[in-house]
Write a protein that binds this ligand. Structure first.
Ligand SMILES: [Zn+2]
Length: 464
């Protein structure tokens, strides 16, 4: 049997434009036939997708792969396996590595290590040399060499003047400035969200203002200078309001939320569980609801994972001393959907704006998920799959005969308790260990190859 010819039978296909029950014949990643009642031809593998949602594979604009310099935590090899397991076909690697990708030479050298992997890895470059905040990198030159996203992630760019010049370069090159919004001069050096809970635990606090002040500043700069601003891991309800206003004014601003900020509030920290230490910190339930309202109204453009692997010795410490960050690229869909489910529980009847006709949701209604939850699921899939393509200016078109597609098959009936042996990432610093998570990535077909088959990543076959 050819390894790159599939007949996906009886799935519900969602491409961002419609939801329909259909069979799909796929040959080397190209849809050769689409419609109902297709039968298997010689040399083709039939894949039963009954009760499953079929969608474009996901793209993550915010992944820490740690290579070079942090290979103890993750590598391009291990991180791409984790990403594949999560349903991804492409990720953008963050530049807080050693060396920092801040010049053509370093970028070419690092890129060489990513080219043979079964999923695409885009390198971001830093905005400032060495991510030190004082000297701009050659944005125009790097953009010409294919760098689409510039970010000092791990830190925000503190100087407004440097950002002003970065926006000038962004306007000239069309590249995206992705900002980790954290003004370090306003109570940013703590470890937990400012409030009663942090006070009770006696933990140093991080003010929500550290985020919102920089969001407001960068929106102003972007509107005045031009260029493209992407706000990473927005975690406060107030920041969503600022983005809403900026979008209303027509500013070229986009924003991202993470799965963990969509599900977990600060109370998960309990008496100081370091697995829940992350930056920006977990906020309040009312912030979570603000993020979901932003998702519903289209203010939020993408879900980015901020997958942040750390070796055990960096997390297995008292809360104040532990590293910030959590792994999560493998559970991004499940965790986001669980967050949606809890939001539905708090705000019944509140539904997201979708492109598709709502009665088409009937094709999925045999499954155990309620109709309201299904519309949220589709919205989540849109933010994982379609939103990032729009940002990167990749094609987003209805899937028809002749379309070249990477596809993920989502098992709607699956659920299970996460244990560390189920995590593909080299690091196991997951806050979801022991939690029952809904849904599963059953298959992931990238570049015509089924790199995830029956929830198992085909490492031997495609990564060696
Ligand atoms: Zn960040």
């Amino acid at each position: 049997m050819a390894e790159d010819r599939f007949l996906l039978k009886d799935g519900a296909l969602f491409d961002g434009f419609s939801l329909r029950r259909t069979d799909l014949r796929l040959e080397r990643g190209v849809v050769t036939e689409i419609g109902n009642g297709l039968s298997k031809t010689l040399g083709e593998e039939s894949v039963d997708c009954e009760g499953h949602l079929v969608a474009p594979s996901f793209i993550d604009l915010h992944t820490h792969l740690r290579e070079p310099g942090g290979e103890e935590a993750e590598t391009f090899f291990s991180g791409s396996i984790a990403a594949a397991a999560g349903g991804y076909c492409r990720v953008v690697a963050m530049p807080n590595t050693d060396p920092v990708p801040d010049s053509l030479g370093v970028i070419d050298e690092i890129r060489g290590r990513t080219l043979r992997l079964p999923i695409s890895i885009d390198l971001s470059a830093s905005i400032t040399k060495g991510r030190r905040g004082s000297n701009l990198v050659e944005i125009a030159e790097l953009a010409q060499r294919g760098v689409k996203i510039f970010t000092d992630d791990g830190n925000g760019v503190q100087s407004a003047m440097i950002m002003r010049r970065a926006f000038e370069a962004s306007a000239a090159s069309g590249s995206i400035l992705a900002q980790h919004c954290e003004d370090e001069s306003i109570m940013a050096s703590g470890s937990m969200n400012e409030g009663e809970l942090a006070e009770r635990l006696g933990l140093k606090m991080i003010s929500p203002l550290a985020e919102t002040v920089m969001v407001a500043r960068d929106i102003e700069l972007c509107k005045a200078i031009g260029g493209r601003l992407h706000l990473q891991h927005v975690s406060t309800s107030r920041a969503i309001s600022l983005v809403a206003e900026a979008k209303g004014d027509g500013a070229a601003v986009t924003c991202e939320v993470t799965p963990h900020h969509l599900l977990l509030d600060e109370s998960y920290i309990g008496s100081g569980n370091s697995l829940f230490k992350v930056n920006p910190p977990l906020r309040t339930v009312s912030d979570i609801d603000g993020l979901w309202r932003g998702v519903a109204s289209g203010i939020v453009d993408v879900i980015g994972t901020d997958h942040a692997p750390h070796p055990r010795w960096k997390k297995d410490l008292p809360f104040e001393n532990a590293a910030f960050g959590m792994v999560g690229i493998e559970q991004a869909l499940s965790v986001s959907f669980l967050g949606a489910r809890e939001f539905v529980g708090r705000s019944a009847g509140y539904l997201p704006k979708l492109n598709i006709a709502l009665d088409s949701i009937e094709v999925l209604e045999a499954s155990l998920i309620s109709r309201d939850e299904l519309s949220w699921l589709l919205k989540v899939v849109e933010l994982l799959a379609i939103g990032p393509r729009k940002l990167l200016r990749l094609p987003t078109e209805p899937i028809i005969q002749g379309s070249k597609v990477d596809l993920v098959v989502i098992d709607l009936g699956a659920s299970g308790v996460l244990t560390s042996d189920l995590i593909w990432s080299k690091s196991k610093n997951s806050p979801y260990l022991g939690m029952e998570l809904p849904l599963a990535i059953r298959h992931n077909v990238v570049n015509g190859k089924m790199i995830v088959r029956d929830r198992n990543v085909e490492v031997e076959r495609y990564w060696r």
